[in-house]
Structure formats: C-alpha cells, structure tokens
Design a protein around this ligand. Structure first.
Ligand SMILES: [Ca+2]
Ligand SMILES: [Ca+2]
Length: 159
C-alpha cells in the first residue's frame, strides 16, 4: 500500500466521522460559485483590457478591441519578434508559431500619445499615424487596401 492511499483513506474516515463535513464542503463550494462564474466569464471573454489606458497603446488581435491584446509604451522594430497568444502562423504545417506580425486589427491610444503604424518591419513601407482609438483598422485606408492584419512595426511616442 502506498502512503497516498493511506492518506486518502484517512480523509474519507474523517468525513464519515463528521457527517456535516460533506455538507460544509458543498456549502463552501456554493459560496465560491459567483467567483467561479466570474472567472468563467472572464475566461470566455479574455483577455480583457485595462479599463482605462494612461500610457502607450494597446493592440488587439481582432476588431472592436477583442481577442488577444498587448500594451506597448515604446517602439517595436519588428512585430515578428513579439510572441504572444495571437495570430498563429504556419497553420496546417507541423510548426505553428504565434506572433504579432500582420495581426493587429484594432488599437487603443492613450490620451496624449501617438502611434505610427508601418506596413513593413524596420519602420518601412506605407505608414499612418493615429492619435486616437481605432476600433477597426479596415476603416483606415491605404493605397487600395486597408491596415487590418498588415502592421509589421510601430513607433509609440508621448506627444
Ligand atoms: Ca487580426
Ligand atoms: Ca506587414
């Protein structure tokens, strides 16, 4: 017999010796139910962003500030180097990676801050500067296209 089994049996005996123990345990679980529901809700709607942004920008994987998000308070030369639980690359192959390149679909900008978005790494290619939130980068046009899932580097500065 392993020590583990002995411990389990002892626990069961204790519960049998105190009939109220099981009830107490359930009551305790019920008290925690609202907390569990809240955590589940957060899990389904996560990740959630800070309610108010005071510094830098927050970029989101999806439009309307949804999906994975990440805050930046400085320049990012190549979003390919920023890993995170967003935008899988190489789906269907045996090697899937996650990074923020060609991924951002909405962005929050803190008051008094500005962000310049670049089509290519190293601040190259088309560029556009935002000083306010943009809930859907499809609405920000560039030469016959838009900025959704296109950004590869950003400059973030306090104005
Ligand atoms: Ca996206
Ligand atoms: Ca790009």
């Amino acid at each position: 017999m392993t020590p583990g089994n002995g411990t389990a049996r002892l626990g069961w005996k204790e519960w049998r010796a105190r009939p109220g123990a099981i009830y107490d345990a359930r009551a305790c679980d019920m008290k925690r139910l609202p907390l569990l529901v809240a955590l589940l809700w957060l899990g389904c709607h996560s990740p959630t962003a800070p309610s108010s942004l005071t510094e830098g920008v927050i970029v989101y994987e999806h439009p309307r500030f949804r999906g994975a998000w990440r805050q930046f308070t400085g320049d990012v030369r190549d979003l390919d180097d920023v890993s995170g639980n967003a935008c899988p690359k190489g789906l269907g192959s045996s090697f899937v990676t996650y990074d923020w390149d060609d991924c951002i679909s909405s962005i929050r900008v803190a008051p008094g801050w500005r962000v310049t978005l670049y089509e290519d790494p190293r601040y190259e290619g088309d560029a556009v500067t935002l000083t306010a939130d943009e809930s859907d980068l499809e609405n920000v046009r560039r030469d016959g296209d838009d900025w959704d899932d296109c950004i590869s580097s950003i400059r973030v500065t306090s104005q």
